[in-house]
Design a protein around this ligand. Structure first.
Ligand code: ATP
Ligand code: MG
Length: 422
């Protein structure tokens, strides 16, 4: 038997309903906040991610699915959405129409990480990006959107961490301070961090190795080294969060896995998820559009991990497969043919209807009806055809009545819809 590739998974009926609910809720929120959807391809030129995410990030260094196609062009499966959305913003000159664009997207991402609970090689994200606005109001608005999602999903046990990563004016000086601090502890760092120390010392804060964590005790933090503009920006973000009554924890050690972040960075964490506890993350990336060859337009966005959200929610309530309302038990060729047409007509009326097209025994069909969870069964056999009326059975009350064959669709519609709206 051929099995799934390691780190990949199927989302099966029974689970998918929950995923769809989350997507629907998120889509509604985005509409309310004036976002429009964008879909970008899964494959992009490798260079886009190398430049857009950062050549020295874990993602680009070791987690991408990269291959060369027939013309020896290096392509990669997207590990995140922002770089692609920025590419589209530039490529289609969306900024020329209006530099301010509020975009969202949903879809699979690919990272060749070590598979474990909450960590897959294909996982799903919901992403938001806003271009063209420097104002801290937008950072606060994006966080509000994210926390509104948590709220509508009744996920009250999550915590929001925020930080500021400074800008190209204040970060270089901080990087040097950090390097001096790390230089004295270089032997206690993991091999990865020894490398990071050279090229991108802030990334050491993101390391999960015990030794590295301990070495960072007493390390200088970026928050203490922000320039005045960055400090004001951060304070305003906090001020709006307070006004929106969103609680948060300022975490001066929060850095993000991508190189391009400036100023606001945030993460939503769920204690219940154990080691893989981040359900969403985001931040501002004011230099990215320009770095990818576009105009000097700022950006800010977030990504929600759908797999982890779904797993949080499914621990609480198992997903429900939508049950049919009506099951048609049809016996004999003639009744089967007639029922098959009713079946489709009822579905067009928006009534979830099922039948057994294999014409099994009445006993078997009633068992299937029961198992399907249908509220009503319409029974029709040779005798009903002769008498010109089918039998309508309410599965809860067990009451039965007869329905003239010509009126079946209208009758079922009235009974099902009538009860539903009562
Ligand atoms: P982590 O610290 O868990 O590796 P990350 O910082 O790499 O997360 P982001 O790049 O910020 O994650 O992506 C946003 C969200 O996507 C995460 O908060 C998480 O919910 C989800 N996510 C990231 N990587 C994976 C993965 N391999 N499997 C499942 N979900 C993931
Ligand atoms: Mg990661």
């Amino acid at each position: 038997m051929i099995q799934l590739v390691r780190g990949f998974k199927d989302v099966l009926p029974g689970e998918i309903e929950l995923w769809q609910d989350i997507e629907d809720i998120m889509r509604n929120i985005f509409e309310e906040f004036g976002f429009t959807q964008i879909r970008t391809p899964i494959l992009e030129r490798t260079e886009l991610f190398a430049r857009g995410i950062g050549a020295t990030t874990d993602i680009v260094e070791k987690e991408m699915y990269t291959f060369s196609d027939l013309k020896n062009e290096s392509l990669s499966m997207r590990p995140e959405a922002t770089a692609s959305v920025v590419r589209a913003y530039i490529e289609h000159k969306m900024y020329a129409q209006n530099p301010v664009q509020k975009l969202y997207s949903m879809g699979p991402m690919f990272r060749r990480e070590r598979p474990q609970k909450g960590r897959y090689r294909q996982f799903y994200q919901i992403n938001a990006e806003v271009f063209g606005l420097y104002s801290p109001k937008i950072d606060a608005e994006l966080i509000l959107i994210l926390m509104t999602l948590m709220d509508r999903l009744s996920l009250t046990e999550v915590v929001l961490h925020i930080n500021s990563l400074g800008c190209e004016r204040c970060r270089p000086a901080f990087k040097e301070r950090l390097q001096i601090f790390l230089a004295e502890r270089i032997e206690t760092l993991c091999p990865d961090c020894r490398r990071r120390y050279e090229v991108n010392p802030l990334r050491v804060f993101d390391c999960k190795a015990q030794g590295c964590r301990e070495s960072l005790e007493g390390a200088p933090t970026i928050l203490d080294h922000l320039c005045e503009e960055c400090r004001n920006h951060f304070n305003e973000v906090r001020d709006f969060l307070n006004r929106f009554q969103i609680s948060y924890k300022v975490n001066p050690r929060l850095v993000r896995g991508l190189d391009y972040y400036t100023r606001t960075a945030f993460e939503v964490l769920a204690a219940h998820l154990g080691a893989q506890n981040a359900v969403a993350g985001g931040g501002r990336y004011d230099g990215l559009v320009k770095a990818l060859g576009g105009p000097a337009q700022p950006g800010v966005g977030f990504a929600v991990g759908l797999d982890r959200l779904a797993s949080l929610l499914s621990d609480r309530a198992p997903g429900l497969v939508k049950q049919p309302n009506v099951f048609i038990a049809a016996l004999g060729d003639r009744a089967q043919d007639r029922a098959f047409v009713w079946l489709q007509a009822l579905r067009f009326e928006g009534i979830r209807t099922e039948m057994d097209v294999e014409d099994r025994s009445l006993k078997s069909q009633m068992r299937q009806a029961d198992k399907s969870g249908a509220s009503y069964v319409l029974i029709v056999g040779e005798r009903e055809l002769e008498e010109g009326a089918a039998v309508w059975r309410d599965m809860n009350t067990k009451e039965q009545e007869t329905v003239p064959l010509e009126e079946v669709v209208e009758f079922v519609k009235k009974s099902v819809m009538g009860i539903a709206s009562a």
